[in-house]
Design a protein around this ligand. Structure first.
Ligand code: KAW
Ligand code: ZN
Length: 588
């Protein structure tokens, strides 16, 4: 083996040039498929991925040939990132089988359209709107079941083979199973302990919110459907996966009519379209002195669902074409507050791409995947404040008192606190499948065990192993890890706290809006520019001055609401938790 660092650096330079070309070609093929799902585009993408895998295998071989003794940390880090190549480590036949399973599962999910009485319903926007706006128990029941029958159960066979191939690939990358391979992105040997500790700290907040919301749902749906000491039926929480409850704000509002926080009506009234929502988001990024979206972004992004009958992957995503020029968002934008927030989330990914685009390709990633998910959400915390929404004309007046503050905190908690158990359990579930704890015979049973244990929800109707409900959530058939979002929801409040200080904002954290603060923007940008060139505690230290991820900032942010929820739950004599099992009545 070669112990020559000059030769290694020459190899890394050559790799970087060739990798940009190879990754770029396959990114464009994937883009063509995602924005026009046809058999031809699927095959083109699969073949391009197979070619990329040949390149990755070759490069991994070269990188492995170096004896790294005496090499600098940076050279070692770059070589190591080339050595581990994911599914490309599979033999050709298995890799092709896996690529076909992946594109097949993605197609099934993205083209799924359950029909009823001659009308067919897409997930976005049709079923999403029903889940968000309907108060009719049986209509929600239909939508919830129809989606799972259409894209859940049929995915089960593919998923079983997917798990085998993913584990085979992990072993070829010196990892015991695919869950271990996913966790290795975080470069710590105790990720499960870190996330479990964070969850234990945050669980008390969730169970207070759960008890409060259960009471409100009891008032709406009655004792036939809600047990005040039990779990909540999964289909009445305003979201297809019960993962964020912001659409329940109308029944959760602490002081009705005191302070408007839902801007969906204003967006529609003021004739906002997707482009204008994107421009408003970009303007916030620019106000911090961050890099604005390049012209290619505006020329080639897909920000609306096409109306020419094409099938597309509607689930939002942000794309880096590895050529330092092309960066795009693909989103089927609906004119809602939810989608305005998602625009900031996606644009946060693009900002990260822009900040690290001149690093070596191997360093063009988040400090860890949670960092990438947090960027846009941090800015959205400022954008969501009544102060900022008034500044951009989306609400008429700011009411500045304790009651209005609690209304606002409730609206944010219904997104952020409700999400925590879901963000935590999604990969608990898949880690359990990959390491064999959950056998195929219990795929659905173990999913609902976790959904009960962490979210305190139950299916509205009996489920069996004929079903495969996890596949009704994009990230499962799309092979996208999820613990990144749980980590992001913790990190984003630490980032928010620090950026608010940098912006000279001294009042309560939940009132902070960093708009126009280039001091905050510079602090953020300096961390983003690091990409994944250093272990993530160093990037964390660069922005917040500590290497420790901590739930304390999130708890600080929500403290007034936590006190309110405890007081309300006590006043209502509600027990916190969901110990009492029961079966909700079937809808008529
Ligand atoms: O899935 C997303 C947004 C999509 C994404 O931006 O995270 C996207 C997912 C994806 C990954 C890989 C292939 C295809 C889609 N991730 C990216 O575009 C991305 C960009 C850069 C680096 C890594 C991922 N959000 C999650 C988590 C979430 C819950 N509530 C939210 C509110 C705002 C933003 C996100 C969420 C969800 O919808 O369940
Ligand atoms: Zn994301």
């Amino acid at each position: 083996s070669v112990n020559d660092e000059l030769l290694a650096k020459e190899f890394l330079g050559d790799f970087n040039t060739r990798a940009m070309d190879v990754y770029s070609k396959s990114a464009f093929k994937a883009w063509d498929y995602n924005t026009n799902i046809t058999e031809y585009n699927r095959e083109q993408m699969v073949n391009s991925n197979l070619e990329t895998a040949v390149f990755s295998k070759d490069m991994s071989g070269y990188a492995n040939a170096f004896d790294q003794t005496g090499f600098t940390t940076d050279t070692k880090r770059q070589l190591d990132s080339i050595r581990y190549i994911g599914s490309a480590a599979l033999p050709d036949e298995e890799l092709e089988e896996l690529e076909n399973i992946l594109s097949g599962m993605e197609s099934r999910y993205s083209t799924g359209k359950p029909c009823e009485a001659g009308t067919c319903y897409s997930l976005e926007p049709d079923l999403t709107r029903i889940m968000a706006t309907s108060h009719d128990y049986s209509e929600l029941y239909w939508a919830w079941n129809a989606w799972r029958a259409e894209v859940g159960a049929p995915a089960r066979e593919d998923y079983t083979r997917y798990v085998e191939l993913k584990n085979q690939a992990a072993i070829a990358n010196d990892q015991p199973d695919a869950g271990a391979y996913w966790r290795s992105y975080y470069e710590v040997d105790n990720l499960q302990e870190i996330t479990e500790k964070l969850y234990d700290e945050l669980q008390p907040l969730y169970e207070q919110l759960h008890a409060y919301v259960r009471r409100k749902l009891f008032n709406r749906y009655g004792a036939d459907y809600i047990n005040l000491r039990g779990p909540i039926p999964a289909h009445i929480l305003g979201n297809m996966w019960a993962q964020s409850w912001s659409n329940l704000y109308d029944i959760c509002e602490p002081f009705p009519g005191k302070q408007a926080v839902d801007i969906t009506p204003a967006l529609v009234e003021q004739n906002y379209d997707a482009l204008r929502m994107f421009e408003l988001s970009d303007e916030f990024f620019e106000s911090l002195g961050l890099i604005k979206m390049p012209q290619e972004f505006w020329d080639h992004s897909m920000i609306e669902k096409p109306d020419d009958g094409r099938d597309v992957v509607c689930h939002a995503s942000a794309w880096d074409f590895s050529n330092q020029v092309d960066f795009r968002i693909k989103q089927c934008t609906d004119i809602t507050m939810d989608d305005f927030i998602t625009i900031h989330h996606e644009m946060g990914h693009i900002e990260y791409y822009l900040q690290y685009k001149d690093l070596p390709v191997v360093y063009r990633g988040g400090a860890n995947p949670g960092f990438h998910e947090a960027v846009g959400d941090v800015l959205a915390l400022s954008v969501s404040t009544p102060k900022h929404l008034k500044e951009v004309g989306l609400i008429d007046e700011v009411v500045d008192d304790q009651e209005a503050d609690l209304n606002f905190l409730m609206s944010i908690a219904l997104d952020k606190i409700s999400f925590l158990p879901f963000g935590y359990l999604m990969d608990q579930y898949r880690w359990g499948i990959f390491n064999g704890t959950t056998p195929e015979s219990k795929f659905n049973e173990d999913w609902w065990k976790l959904r009960l244990r962490y979210q305190g929800i139950i299916p509205p109707t009996t489920r069996t192993e004929e079903d495969f409900d996890p596949a009704a959530k994009y990230h499962i058939p799309a092979d996208v890890p999820y613990i990144r979002y749980f980590i992001s929801f913790v990190l984003q409040f630490q980032f928010h706290e620090t950026l608010c200080e940098a912006a000279g904002q001294t009042q309560e954290l939940y009132k902070c809006d960093i708009y126009n603060s280039t001091d905050a923007g510079t602090l953020l940008a300096n961390m983003l520019k690091m990409g994944s060139s250093k272990p993530w505690p160093e990037a964390l230290d660069a922005i917040i001055g500590s290497t420790e991820i901590s739930a304390q900032s999130l708890i600080n942010y929500f403290q007034p609401l936590i006190d309110y929820l405890k007081e309300q739950n006590e006043m209502n004599g509600d027990t916190v938790g969901w110990a009492e099992m029961y079966t909700p009545k079937d809808p008529e």
